[in-house]
Design a protein. Structure first.
Length: 410
């Protein structure tokens, strides 16, 4: 809901801001998501053991506070950098700085969120996030005409703040395991943080390359395209990973059957999210956004082709992490980073070759993770991965035809 709300407000922003300003907005979120990857997300997916050991609650509060510090320092550093280099005005730098609040609210909610997750209260969390997301759309869209990209930052701040306020404070620990288990949980959190960092670099390296070699205008176009095509997939994948890790941590869990269920859920969810992105975000946007943003629409259609495979890929990564095999994943993540930088450089010189290369990268990285988890993949899961890959390409082809037709209507 948060990212979906961000996509809606992002469409509103294209009527009021320039591609350069949108590039600055995208750069700020690069810093924000970096901090979330190494702090917020690593804590979230590693939290279940803390709630089943004495003193775990207090330790979780401390690491959550540390995550908030990471977020504030990272976003503030980016704001200072763009102001000192002249890439942003003082007003724009202050708007970027306001994003620190979102990181504080998100990390403050971690003990509450993970406590509810450990209790299996997924529908409750979804309802609270829905309320927060809808409220943030109203506030963010209303502020965009006045604050420009500040309205986009306000949407994220309001969404995280409302979500925090709607969650009850966590109660006592759910178990009485020995505190000696906690150092191992902290080490695992560190490993997940490194894995997330490499995943973030792999997922964002093309934006960094575009920003460095092509400038903020192309970054603005790409940021809008990415927000339309994939704004729903990352949070959905995070939720699916949380579900998978919590179920794998249950005593006497059948890992293979849980993993099989996660792959099938990811496949169905991925195709559904691609359809929603194309027909509820990209296609309507192609009918209303200014003609100068039409290139973003076309990019969004193409990169949506690998969205279903990304949903499956995240489940595969979660399984590798749950089996404490992150070292096996590191070399492939580094290879993914190198390939992604190459895709960004290609986009800066030959746009459509770079866009197609990103889709090919996603296919290859899914195949690699499938190979690493091959012993846990059932025949049904393997067919699901193949079919979902084909479905993603076919849906993207339909989306291309419809958006082209919509462009001719205008």
């Amino acid at each position: 809901m948060n990212r979906g709300a961000g996509a809606v407000v992002g469409v509103v922003m294209v009527f009021f801001v320039s591609p350069r300003e949108m590039g600055l907005y995208a750069g700020a979120f690069l810093a924000y998501t970096f901090a979330a990857a190494v702090g917020d997300s690593a804590i979230r997916v590693s939290a279940p053991p803390f709630w089943f050991a004495r003193q775990g609650r207090d330790l979780l509060h401390r690491v959550s506070a540390f995550g908030a510090v990471i977020s504030c320092v990272t976003v503030a550093g980016f704001a200072a950098a763009v102001r000192l280099t002249g890439a942003a005005s003082t007003r724009e730098a202050l708007l970027v700085l306001s994003l620190c609040l979102a990181g504080v609210f998100s990390c403050a909610a971690l003990p509450r969120v993970t406590y509810a997750e450990a209790q299996g209260r997924w529908s409750f969390l979804a309802r609270q996030q829905m309320v927060a997301g809808l409220g943030s759309i109203v506030v963010g869209a209303a502020l965009v005409p006045v604050l420009g990209i500040g309205g986009g930052f306000a949407q994220t701040i309001v969404c995280e703040g409302l979500f925090l306020l709607r969650l009850p404070r966590p109660g006592v620990e759910l178990g009485d395991g020995e505190p000696a288990q906690l150092p191992a949980a902290l080490r695992r959190m560190g490993h997940v943080s490194v894995t997330n960092l490499l995943g973030w670099v792999q997922g964002q390296a093309e934006r960094i390359a575009i920003a460095v070699f092509a400038g903020p205008v192309l970054l603005g176009y790409y940021a809008v395209a990415y927000q339309l095509a994939r704004s729903l997939s990352d949070p959905a994948a995070t939720g699916l990973m949380s579900w998978l890790r919590n179920n794998l941590s249950q005593p006497e869990a059948d890992q293979r059957s849980v993993y099989d269920a996660s792959i099938r859920r990811g496949s169905i969810l991925g195709v559904a999210l691609q359809a929603v992105a194309l027909f509820c975000l990209v296609l309507p946007a192609s009918l209303v956004v200014p003609h100068s943003w039409h290139e973003s629409i076309r990019i969004a259609v193409v990169i949506s082709a690998s969205l279903p495979l990304l949903m499956v890929q995240w489940s595969m990564s979660a399984m590798i992490i749950a089996q404490h095999r992150t070292r096996e994943l590191f070399p492939w993540q580094i290879a993914g980073v190198v390939v992604t930088v190459g895709c960004g450089l290609l986009m800066a010189t030959y746009l459509w070759a770079g866009v197609m290369a990103l889709v090919v990268r996603d296919v290859l990285m899914t195949l690699v993770r499938g190979w690493l988890t091959r012993s846990d993949l059932t025949t049904r899961s393997r067919w699901a991965v193949v079919l979902v890959g084909v479905a993603g390409i076919l849906l993207a082809a339909v989306g291309w035809l419809l958006t082209t037709w919509a462009g001719h209507l205008r």
